[in-house]
Design a protein around this ligand. Structure first.
Ligand code: ZN
Length: 499
């Protein structure tokens, strides 16, 4: 008879292979010499296909259906049921796509991403277009295999944010969009009127390193269970329990990019460090979703890092490290400089207020393409039109417009909303934490963020993937995901800032 222990044994084996892949991936993005790339791709592919074969074997399928049988399933605990449900979802998703289609997808997405790199450099959408067209038609075909009720988009977003649908996203974002467009107009005018503060200067990498280690320490990052390294495109990965890797970059002309990036990755790392040890090597030892993951990084980057209470404590320490450049920039000026609201072309450089408009644009275009309301031929024009409409600016080129992100070129459609959901979830969590911990910001002013970290650990990190994101949010905050908390947060923060 199949028992939950069988599932645990299987997941233990799968986790070991995943761990090898994670370490290889981490090394590839940090220290691997260029010439190692071919071998690494081979080795990675070899282990990955072994992983995939095991994960999609009939043995695993039979085990899951045994565990799903009413009699066995009924005898399981709540957490065990979650384990089986998650394993079932993962199995069905992995099996949904016929191998031949999966192969076409992976060949084409790799090729399309390479072409995108050149097309972006040359600002040449025409070059990218035929390949993206083909890739998009494969992605559409995949949605039919995954299955969906209302909208093929649901089949895609569900991969990153279990339970999320296009209809739910629309219900969340329409009030947000209608609120943000006039707010951005107002704030960017006021931000311009109050004058710009440039942080440009020369900040030696070794001093930045000292500063970033310091901020990680204050934020409670556990160096006995994690480390930080340097990379061109910072990321976080988990090699396994007790081995969480975050990364950062040191830009000598402006330390703030690396500083807030480090806090961001710290938030991702803290989540990975916080899962309940009791569930190690099981399907629920992991994030509830990408949106929840992002909510944790944004909690550390924005709600803590860019807040006045935290900077009141931490800015003097920054000044100590760069005394010459920062001696005549006051706390308030620094606070304003790292919270400037300005419509801009590039998503990854966007501020907290305008960021979600970048995402809303991408979501609306994806939804239109997947539902055949928008042709790939007309994508750049539609992109530019929306930037004009929502942000009041028009991209001068496709390189800084429709070609700026890698996601579409690698077939990732339905991914962008998770960034936005992260901003909304983090505001909703933070509002609840403020309610539960009345002197939270007072303590933050003294550099004590432990009460908040403990709160996040208990409520969000420990459960891991036991709950789907929507359930988790409702359990923690008492209400469903709602953009009003984010709207309240930015309205309060930025009207104070530009009073
Ligand atoms: Zn992130």
């Amino acid at each position: 008879m199949t028992t939950i222990e069988d599932l645990k044994t299987t997941y233990r084996d799968l986790t070991m292979l995943m761990s090898a892949l994670a370490l290889m991936g981490w090394d590839q993005r940090t220290y691997m010499p260029d010439e190692g790339a071919n071998h690494r791709a081979e080795a990675f592919g070899f282990i990955h296909s072994d992983f995939f074969k095991r994960a999609t074997s009939d043995e695993v399928g039979n085990m899951i259906s045994d565990l799903k049988s009413p009699e066995t399933y009924g005898s399981l605990s709540f957490v065990e049921k979650s384990m089986v449900d998650k394993a079932d979802r993962e199995y069905r998703r992995a099996k949904a796509i016929p191998p031949e289609l999966m192969h076409r997808y992976s060949v084409l997405s790799t090729k399309c991403e390479k072409i995108w790199e050149t097309a972006r450099k040359r600002d040449d959408y025409e070059m990218f277009k035929p390949h993206f067209k083909e890739l998009l038609s494969i992605v559409k075909e995949m949605t039919r295999h995954y299955g969906y009720e209302d909208n093929p988009y649901d089949a895609l977003v569900d991969n990153y944010e279990p339970g999320m649908t296009a209809a739910k996203i629309k219900a969340i974002i329409y009030p947000l969009r209608d609120h943000l467009v006039p707010l951005v107009e107002d704030l960017s005018r006021r931000s311009k009127d109050s004058g710009e503060i440039s942080m440009n200067g020369h900040y030696p990498a070794n001093l930045q390193k000292k500063l970033f280690l310091n901020v990680l320490e204050v934020m409670g990052f556990d160096f006995s269970r994690g480390r930080i390294d340097e990379t061109a495109h910072p990321f976080t990965t988990s090699i396994g329990p007790g081995d969480i890797r975050i990364s950062t970059k040191y830009l000598e002309h402006d330390f703030t990019i690396g500083l807030f990036g480090t806090m961001h990755e710290c938030g991702h790392g803290m989540y990975e460090m916080g899962y309940d040890d009791e569930h190690v090597y099981t399907p629920v030892y992991g994030p509830a979703s990408l949106g929840i993951h992002e909510s944790q990084s944004l909690m550390f980057e924005n709600h803590i890092g860019r807040s006045l209470p935290f900077l009141t404590y931490f800015y003097p320490k920054i000044q100590e490290i760069f005394p010459r450049r920062l001696s005549d920039i006051s706390l308030h000026d620094f606070y304003r400089a790292v919270n400037t609201v300005r419509p801009s072309l590039i998503r990854i450089d966007a501020d907290e207020v305008t960021y979600n408009l970048h995402i809303i644009i991408r979501f609306e275009l994806e939804d239109a393409m997947i539902n055949d309301r928008l042709e790939v031929d007309d994508l750049p024009a539609a992109w530019n039109e929306k930037y004009k409409q929502y942000l009041g600016i028009e991209p001068p080129s496709d390189a800084d417009g429709v070609l700026q992100d890698v996601h579409w070129s690698s077939g990732m459609i339905g991914y962008f909303p998770t960034y936005m959901l992260g901003t909304l979830y983090s505001a909703q969590f933070y509002a609840k934490a403020m309610e539960d911990l009345p002197n939270l910001e007072e303590k933050m002013t003294d550099g004590d963020i432990q009460p908040l970290v403990d709160w996040l650990r208990e409520k969000i990190h420990k459960p891991g993937a036991i709950y789907k994101p929507e359930e988790l949010i409702e359990r923690v905050t008492g209400s469903k995901p709602d953009s009003k908390y984010f709207i309240d947060y930015i309205t309060r923060k930025f009207s104070d800032l530009y009073r």
